[in-house]
Design a protein around this ligand. Sequence first.
Ligand code: DAH
Length: 374
Amino acid sequence: MAYTIPKLTDYSAAALEKAAAELLSASDQEWQEVRNEADWKALRDRWMARKNGILTLVNDLWLKPAPKEAKRDVGQRVNEIKAQVERDVEKGRGLAKNYPILHECFSSSVDITLPGLRRPIGAEHPVVKTTNEMVRVFQKLGYSVADGPVVETDYYNFEALNFPPNHPARDTQDTLFIAGQQGKAQRERLLLRTHTSPVQIRTMEKMRPPIRIVIPGTVHRNDPPDASHSPMFHQIEGLAVDTNITFGDLKGTLDHAMKEFFGSNVKTSFRPSFFPFTEPSAEMFVSCFICGGSGKRGMDPCRPCKQTGWIEILGCGMVDPNVFEFVKDNGYDPKKVSGFAFGMGADRIALLKYGVDDLQLFFQGDVRFLGQFA
Ligand code: DAH
């Protein structure tokens, strides 16, 4: 039976409570039965119409005739009723909109023999995978993993690595500077780190020798993107400091690490180079793991090694005593300790390892490309 609003004869609190509860439960129920816009409009008129709508009748039949003593209570109750009915109207509006859609979903029959929805599982990005594999190689040798901030100060990125202010070596690592830093002393100015080497200093400030660390991380340079450059890329840095570290340790460690990573038949070759923070410095090459060092693939030239049979993998060297000077107070007296360091590009190694010819593919986020490494 549809609800009709009664006249009130008894204005006691209990009677009022009962009448209000009946009205609200009717409202609640009626709005729940809305199925479409037309239902909703009809119901809105039934409850809200100025003329003879239920809310108007509440005024006319309950409030107006109420005896003076009861007016306040009735008035308050009527306000509560109006607020609740208005909320029901809104609920009904939502239902009118959604019911047809929900109905469509639930009434179509479900074929339980169809395969379920498969949620594809993610996989490691090839650069992350390469990084993790390389880091593992050094962890097995007893190295621990360190990291540091990507937004770095001029001091850690350059000065403490023996790139003095205005030194031309800085030109090889142009970067992106944080704006509005002119008011600060040069060494405090912020920039995006150009290499993971600043973490060498940060770690030596915190840990006394001996140390052996690997530092994977993101770095930036002011290079326009192309097949082999990106303004953002990844490095893996290493540092070993102790009382008697020699160039022989450097060669032995890196030769072992490359055999672990690329396969036991690769050879390594060290060629003189320059970095401000190492002396002497070298570039390390591995024999081409694609053509086996011959420079040829069948009758064709081997492209990855440019037919040389060697691929450049990293920069390395003996830590320059000038670098130790910056952390001397934490036990790194250059007369007492020595060390070696190295740094390599994780993206470049991943390119070579997976035979990818365009670095940009790593950063475009195309799942069709990335899925091939899963
Ligand atoms: N930081 C150098 C670069 O980004 C790479 C490097 C070279 C790191 C020699 C080292 C090193 O630790 O000893 O070009």
